[in-house]
Write a protein that binds this ligand. Sequence first.
Ligand SMILES: [Zn+2]
Length: 404
Amino acid sequence: MSTSLLYHAFGLRGYDYVKTEYREGGVVFTLRQRPHTCRCPLCGTREVCPRGHQERTFKTVPIGGKSVTVVLPIPRVHCATCQVIRQVPLTFADPRRSYTQAFERYALELSRLMTIQDVAHHLGVGWDLIKDMQKRDLQRRYRKPRLSKLKQIAIDEISIGKGHRYLTVVLNLESGAVVFVGDGKGAEALEPFWRRLRAARAKVAAVATDMSPAYIEAVRQHLGEAVHVFDHFHVVKLFNEKLSDFRRELQREAEEKMNKQVLKGTRWLLLKNPENLDPKKKERERLEEALRMNQPLATVYYLKEDLRQIWEQPDKATAARVLDDWMRRAEASCIKVLQKFAATLAMHRTGILAYYDCRISTGPLEGTNNKIRTMQRQAYGFRDQEFFKLKILALHEAKYALVG
Ligand SMILES: [Zn+2]
């Protein structure tokens, strides 16, 4: 073994090669520190006297399938200037760890493609060791995401796991990066984010959220200058919920009048976009029959279809006319659920039409939220909340394999 191979393959510089042994299927290199390279770890002087050594072993990158261990008696030295006896500094490892920096780099490299479990198994180390490595690396890079250039953001909460646990996620809509993960939901979850935003002197120009009062108040208070867009997917989703409730109500009435079958199994047909109705299953025919039998349901259904039109107009003025027309028809329908929804839209009119000032939505967050759920489901090791949040902040770079 040459010293240059030690350096180039294992990143070990300034050490002499002593011997190689083969133990338990692995390779063990013993090295020796060159005496003249000994320094005081405090002041850096080479004017030190030897005071014995302490033998340490470090795991380093494997050779093929064989694990490699480096054995080094670390010299202890006395420094007359500092008046201490200490170990000399290491050039290839953190003395608190049982592995070399080259090993860490290699493990992190593998982590891009493999799960923590796979990397740990491949390198013959514990799950926790790889996880801690990843965590430190993520902390270095993501603990404080840069917020100063933030321009367009989307905010939404996501429920994870069982037991109704929530996280509130803020997405940079320009880069696709998650810039904040808050515990819980509502105004409180966002408090740390506003603090950081103020500290970074960010000038956020536009924000997309759903129509919840907590977000309206928070945005008014902290981003008073920004365009606040109510996400159109959330508006449509809210209406679909009302439509489902309404159908259930009608179904119940129909059952009471012994007229059972009419609405059975129509829920999904009502919620589907018409272009997706399956001709093989005669979905269109079944839907039309249900609507023919029930005039109020038909009214709600056709208004659902028209609701989407609000976001498909060439400009804001036209969209405003479409929205106002929708509200008028809902109002005139004499159907309570529609009248209520028209009132909701009227109250949020500005934020709905703000879409035409800045065409943003929380749509991109949907993809991120799906990734978070996948991560949550598959990774039993994410009991460490900080690690889980760091993984979310790193999602857009897909630096690590998603699962644990
Ligand atoms: Zn010293």
